[in-house]
Write a protein that binds this ligand. Structure first.
Ligand SMILES: NC(=O)c1ccc[n+]([C@@H]2O[C@H](COP(=O)([O-])OP(=O)(O)OC[C@H]3O[C@@H](n4cnc5c(N)ncnc54)[C@H](O)[C@@H]3O)[C@@H](O)[C@H]2O)c1
Ligand SMILES: [Zn+2]
Length: 478
C-alpha cells in the first residue's frame, strides 16, 4: 500500500455524490497539480455525455471505455489529481494500476447524502432510490479494498496525501500507523521519552523495538549525536525509524533515516506545536554545524507523520508561544484566522496547509518559499542575538517587518494582538550583516516574501536595501 502521494497520482474514489469532482478540483489547486475528472475526460474524448454513452452503448461498453481512459490517465508520468467515476474501480485492471501508480483515497459519504446529491443530477445509475441504495451497499467493500486512506473533507484529503494523521489520541494508534511489520528503532528526545515514551512503546506493542535517546532541544542536531545514532542503529532496510519529540528530534532522526543504509523509512511523531504545524512535515531533515544551523541535511519524506495534539498538554508555555508564531504565520498565508480555532483544529488546519505546500514543491524550488514569511528578519535577529532568542519571538518580529514592507495593516494588527512582539536589544550592524548573508540574497540584498493581502503571498520580491534596513532597525531597541 502506498503511504502518501509524493511522486504519485492522487486518486479520489467513492460513491456517486461523495464530492469527488468538487473536492478533487480544490485539492488539485492546493497541490498545484493538474486535475482530471475521469467522467469529463471520457466525455471530452468521445464528444458525447456519459448519459448518452450509457443509453447508446450500454453499461458494459461504457466500462470498457472507462477502463481504457483510466489506464491512459494513470499512465501519465506527471502526478495529477484524478477523480474516478463511482464505478471505475469495478475494473480489476484499474485497481491494479491504482496500486502501482496512485495513492488512492476513499471519499466517504453516507447513502442519504449521496442520494440527495446524485438524484438531482442526470447520472444514469441514480434514477431510482432502492437500486441506488443496493448499489451503494454492493460497492462499498470494493472502494474500501482499493483505498490507501479514508477521508471526509478537503483537509482530510490533503493530510492523507501527505501521509499525515492528526487526532487526539493518535499516538496510541502508532502500532497501526507505522507502515510495515519490520523492526522499529525509536529516536526520542530525552525529556519527551520520559513523558510520552512509554505510551509510544506500548502502542507499538509486540513489534521488535529499540529506543535511542537524544539530548533535548537543539543539542540533538549535532554531528556527534548523529554519529552516535549511526553506531547504535541495527535495523536493515525492512526497519523503520520512529522520531518522538520536537523539531530538533525529527530533524536529526529524519536525517539518520535518510542516511542509514542509504535511506530507510521513518515516521515522525512530533510533540511540540512547532513540530506539529511545521518541522515534522515536508521531508526536510538536517543537523547543525559550528558554522551555522541546518547546514547538512537531506530531503527525506516521512512515511507517516502521526500528530497527536494531546501530547501538547505537557509542553511548556514558552514552547507553545514558539509554535503560535508559526500558527499565525500560517493563518496569514492561508488568509484565515486559524489561531482563533481550538488547538486540535488549528493544528489540523496548519498541518494540512504545510503538507500541501510541500507536496507541491517537495524540493524547495518555488512555492515553498512562502513559508519563509518573516523568517529572513527572524534569522538575522537570532544570529545577532547569538541564538539566545526564542524562535517564536524572532518570527513575531520578522512578521512585523515583512507585513510593514507589504503595507498589510490587517496582518500587522493580527500579529500584534496574537503575538505581542516587542523590539529587542541586539547589535544593529550584526543583524544587518546576518541579513545580507541570507541564503536567498542577491548582491547582499535578500529577496523577500511579502503579503500585501492575507492569503496572497508573493516571493522573490526585490525590495530596496534602505527600506529593508529601516524595517530591520525598527525591530531593535537601544
Ligand atoms: N525540518 C523542517 O522543515 C523544520 C521546520 C521548522 C523548524 N525546524 C527545526 O525545528 C527545531 C525546533 O523545534 P521545536 O521548536 O519543536 O523545539 P525542540 O525540538 O527543541 O523542543 C523544544 C523543547 O520542548 C521539549 N518538549 C518537546 N515536546 C514536549 C512535550 N510534549 N512535553 C514537554 N516537553 C516537550 C523538548 O525536550 C525541548 O526541550 C529547530 O532546530 C528548527 O531548525 C525544522
Ligand atoms: Zn520558523
Amino acid at each position: 500500500m502506498a503511504a502518501h502521494a509524493l511522486n504519485r497520482h492522487l486518486a479520489l474514489t467513492g460513491f456517486m455524490g461523495a464530492g469527488k469532482s468538487t473536492l478533487g478540483a480544490q485539492v488539485a489547486r492546493r497541490l498545484r497539480r493538474d486535475f482530471v475528472d475521469l467522467d469529463r475526460e471520457i466525455e471530452a474524448r468521445t464528444g458525447i455525455t456519459i448519459a448518452e454513452l450509457f443509453a447508446r452503448d450500454g453499461e458494459a461498453a461504457f466500462r470498457e471505455l472507462e477502463e481504457s481512459v483510466a489506464a491512459s490517465v494513470l499512465d501519465a508520468a506527471e502526478p495529477a489529481v484524478i477523480a474516478l467515476g463511482g464505478g471505475a474501480v469495478l475494473s480489476a485492471e484499474t485497481r491494479e494500476r491504482l496500486r502501482g501508480r496512485a495513492f488512492t483515497v476513499l471519499l466517504d459519504v453516507d447513502v442519504d447524502t449521496a442520494w440527495q446529491r446524485a438524484s438531482r443530477s442526470s447520472r444514469p445509475l441514480a434514477s431510482d432510490e432502492p437500486s441506488f441504495r443496493a448499489l451503494f451497499r454492493e460497492r462499498t467493500p470494493i472502494y474500501e479494498e482499493c483505498a490507501d486512506a479514508r477521508v471526509h473533507d478537503l483537509d482530510g484529503i490533503v493530510l492523507a496525501a501527505a501521509g499525515i494523521d492528526v487526532g487526539i489520541g493518535s499516538i496510541e494508534l502508532l502500532g497501526e500507523l507505522v507502515p510495515g511489520d519490520g523492526p522499529i528503532e525509536i529516536v526520542a528526545d530525552a525529556t519527551v521519552a520520559g513523558i510520552h515514551g512509554v505510551t509510544a512503546q506500548l502502542a507499538l506493542g509486540a513489534r521488535d523495538i529499540a529506543t535511542h535517546e537524544v539530548p533535548a532541544g537543539e543539542p540533538a542536531k549535532a554531528i556527534g549525536v548523529l554519529d552516535h545514532l549511526w553506531r547504535s542503529l541495527r535495523i536493515g532496510r525492512d526497519g523503520t525509524i520512529v522520531a518522538l519529540g520536537g523539531g530538533c528530534t525529527t530533524d536529526v532522526a529524519g536525517f539518520a533515516a535518510a542516511t542509514w543504509m542509504r535511506g530507510v523509512p521513518w515516521v515522525a511523531v512530533p510533540t511540540t506545536l512547532v513540530g506539529q504545524v511545521d518541522a515534522a512535515i515536508g521531508g526536510k531533515t538536517a543537523v547543525d554545524l559550528p558554522g551555522g544551523k541546518n547546514l547538512v541535511g537531506s530531503f527525506h519524506w516521512p512515511a507517516r507523520v502521526v500528530i497527536d495534539p494531546g501530547t501538547l498538554e505537557t509542553l511548556p508555555e514558552a514552547e507553545m508561544r514558539n509554535g503560535m508564531a508559526e500558527v499565525v504565520k500560517t493563518g496569514l498565508l492561508i488568509g484565515s484566522p486559524v489561531w482563533e480555532q481550538p488547538l486540535a483544529e488549528l493544528v489540523r488546519c496548519c498541518a494540512s496547509f504545510k503538507g500541501a505546500v510541500c507536496l507541491a514543491d517537495p524540493h524547495d524550488r518555488g512555492t515553498r518559499n512562502q513559508l519563509n514569511l518573516g523568517h529572513t528578519f527572524a534569522h538575522a535577529l537570532e544570529a545577532a542575538a547569538g541564538y539566545d532568542l526564542p524562535h517564536g519571538q524572532a518570527v513575531a518580529l520578522g512578521l512585523v517587518a515583512a507585513l510593514r514592507l507589504s503595507g498589510n495593516d490587517e496582518g500587522l494588527a493580527a500579529v500584534r494582538s496574537e503575538l505581542d512582539p516587542r523590539p529587542i536589544k541586539v547589535d544593529r550592524d550584526a543583524a544587518w550583516a546576518a541579513l545580507a548573508r541570507d541564503k536567498k540574497s542577491v548582491g547582499g540584498v535578500p529577496r523577500l516574501v511579502l503579503l500585501e493581502r492575507n492569503g496572497e503571498p508573493t516571493w522573490d520580491n526585490e525590495v530596496g536595501g534602505a527600506e529593508i534596513r529601516a524595517a530591520l532597525d525598527s525591530l531593535i531597541c537601544d
